[in-house]
Structures are given as structure tokens and as C-alpha cells.
Design a protein around this ligand. Structure first.
Ligand code: TRP
Ligand code: SF4
Length: 326
């Protein structure tokens, strides 16, 4: 039997290429091998965005269009929306009864995020309980593997502890899921900082070819290379972190010495990059335009997927309630 994988993404809207190479590409790979449940974590977005929910619907639509256009195949994996499967909330409630508050307060991301997002009041019950909801998401489907980056490992550890505690108190219902650790290369944005929507330094999967070219041409290079005649160093060039992904090796073998000898200018070099990116992204971008032309596509997909996910969650909840004697 295939191992079961569950993973979610908060609906942040259109995805940038950092999301793609960091998370989505990995999902696309594992959908071939595992029994995958991928969901839109819309309730999770309330933990930090509760004061401004106007964008959530649009963000869901834009994100799911990217998922499917760029390679997630609903024929191979389940694609659904958390809030359309209310069992997530029921299990979250039950797990909240058995989770010591100290586990949550001790979670390293808790204080860190509160400090990083100082502008928002995150002193809420829901924000503290975020790892409980995440545990519910995962064990609700009896997942055995969870693809996570290094940053999410503490959350997965809490999930395992909660599952263990439930099993200890009521009898064994839930497997303890293991991490499916994925390399998440941190892509640099146009300005050399980590690519992030909030920095305005991102290239989006759904950008047009023209926008992509314009952004690439504005990208920082080797900061020490001021004049065209100055030699450059690809290893410290911001643009070159994208060359490594998008430009074929033969071409890189020409560019690297040419940069170091000042035989190629940065504009020309970035034009090569933009052309390679646009060529690679074009078919998926075209597919996205096609999918977006069907106004019901995302809603239908999420509704169907959520119905299918409910078949599993319904059976697991029946087992959990029986174990609880409720
Ligand atoms: N915590 C994840 C994030 O912020 C999203 C998420 C919610 C998730 N539930 C999950 C990931 C369950 C994996 C499994 O990106
Ligand atoms: Fe970067 Fe290319 Fe300029 Fe070298 S020539 S600094 S690799 S953009």
C-alpha cells in the first residue's frame, strides 16, 4: 500500500517562483509515488489574517490555478479546501482538550512569529493553537508522511506528540506521521533578499513574459561589478541564483568564464536568463490562462476534492469518537 501524505498551503494568492521551487515542485514530484491529500489551509490563514479576510477567496482561486496549471494533477492526488471538511474543526477541538498549553508556548515559531509580525495582534487563542489545528489536518487522514521544510519540523514534532497522547489515552487510532524532509532552496528576490510577496521582490509564475523580462533586467547582480569592463563573480551574483535553475548547463559553462573575464555584460547575461525562464514557464502559463477562463473551475475542483477527502475523514472521525466513547 502507498504511504499517505498530507500537506497544506495557506492561501496567499498567486505563487512566486520561490514557492514553486520550494514547495509546489516537490508536491508535484510526490504525487506520483504517494497517496496525496493536498489542501488549501484557509482556516490557518485566519490565525494571522483574521482582521482582513476580504482577499481570502481570491487568494484561494489564484493559488489553486497555479497548483494545477504548473503540474499538480487532480487525477493523481486529492486537492481540497480545509474549511469544506468540517472534520478538521471537530478533531482540532478534541485535540485541544488533550494538548498542554506549555507544548504550544514552547514552540519556537510561536514567539518568533509574534515578534516578526508585530503589527498584528497575535495574542489570540487561535494563533497559540495553530499547531493543534495542523496536527488535526494531518492525523485526520492518518497520514504517515508529511512533506515539510526545516522550519515546519517543530510543528510536526508537536503533531507526533499529540497523536501519541491521544493513542495513549484512548487507544491506538492515529499513526505518528514522519517528516518527508525536502530541500527547500531559498530563492533570492530581485533585490537580493529572500523572495517574498511582502518585499515586492518576486517573480510570479503567472507573470507575463514581458513582466518577467523587465523584472529580470532590474535584478541585482554582483554588487562589485559596477562598469561593464569590471570582471564579475557569478557565485555572489543575485541574478545567477536563477541562472542555476533555468539556464542549461552548456550555457552556464560559457557564461561563468565570460562573466569573470568581463566578456559578457550583465544586461546580455540577464537577457539569456529571462529567455530561458520564459521558455520554461510558457506552457504552464498558457494552461493557466485556459483554466482561468472557466469561472467554475476552482470551485468545482475544491468541492469535488473536499467530498472525496470527507469519505476518509468521516471514517477516521467515527473511529476517533468511538475511542473517545463520545
Ligand atoms: N503550516 C503550514 C504553513 O504555514 C500549512 C499547513 C497547515 C500544513 N496544515 C498543514 C502543512 C498540515 C503540512 C501539513 O505553510
Ligand atoms: Fe551576474 Fe551575469 Fe552579470 Fe556575471 S554577467 S554578474 S553572472 S548577471
Amino acid at each position: 500500500m502507498k504511504q499517505r501524505v498530507v500537506s497544506g498551503m495557506r492561501p496567499t494568492g498567486r505563487l512566486h517562483i520561490g514557492h514553486f521551487h520550494g514547495v509546489l515542485e516537490n508536491w508535484i514530484r510526490i504525487q506520483e509515488e504517494f497517496d496525496c491529500f493536498f489542501f488549501v489551509a484557509d482556516w490557518h490563514s485566519l490565525t494571522t489574517e483574521y482582521a482582513d479576510t476580504a482577499g481570502i477567496r481570491d487568494n484561494i482561486r489564484e493559488m489553486v490555478l497555479d497548483w494545477v496549471a504548473f503540474g499538480l494533477d487532480p487525477a493523481k492526488c486529492l486537492v481540497f479546501r480545509q474549511s469544506l471538511v468540517p472534520h478538521h474543526a471537530e478533531l482540532n477541538l478534541i485535540l485541544s482538550m488533550i494538548t498542554p498549553v506549555s507544548w504550544l508556548e514552547r514552540c519556537p515559531t510561536y514567539k518568533e512569529m509574534q515578534e516578526n509580525l508585530e503589527a498584528k495582534d497575535l495574542s489570540t487563542f487561535g494563533f497559540l493553537g495553530y499547531p493543534v489545528l495542523m496536527a488535526a489536518d494531518i492525523i485526520l487522514y492518518k497520514a504517515t508522511r508529511v512533506p515539510v521544510g526545516q522550519d515546519q519540523l517543530p510543528h510536526l514534532e508537536i503533531t507526533r506528540e499529540i497523536a501519541r497522547r491521544f493513542n495513549h489515552l484512548y487507544g491506538r487510532v492515529f499513526p505518528e506521521p514522519e517528516a518527508l524532509l525536502t530541500e527547500t532552496p531559498k530563492l533570492l528576490g530581485l533585490d537580493g533578499r529572500k523572495m517574498s510577496k511582502s518585499y515586492g521582490n518576486s517573480i510570479y509564475l503567472s507573470d507575463t513574459a514581458e513582466d518577467t523580462t523587465k523584472k529580470v533586467l532590474s535584478m541585482m547582480t554582483d554588487p562589485a561589478r559596477i562598469r561593464r569592463t569590471d570582471p564579475g563573480e557569478p557565485d555572489v551574483c543575485v541574478a545567477f541564483n536563477l541562472h542555476r535553475i533555468y539556464v542549461p548547463q552548456e550555457k552556464l559553462d560559457e557564461i561563468v568564464p565570460a562573466c569573470r573575464n568581463a566578456a559578457i555584460g550583465c544586461v546580455e547575461c540577464k537577457r539569456v536568463l529571462a529567455a530561458c525562464m520564459n521558455e520554461r514557464l510558457a506552457p504552464c502559463r498558457a494552461k493557466r490562462v485556459e483554466l482561468a477562463a472557466n469561472p467554475g473551475f476552482v470551485d468545482d475542483l475544491l468541492r469535488d476534492g473536499s467530498q472525496k477527502a470527507s469519505l476518509t475523514s468521516d471514517a477516521v472521525m467515527a473511529e476517533a469518537r468511538a475511542a473517545l466513547k463520545i
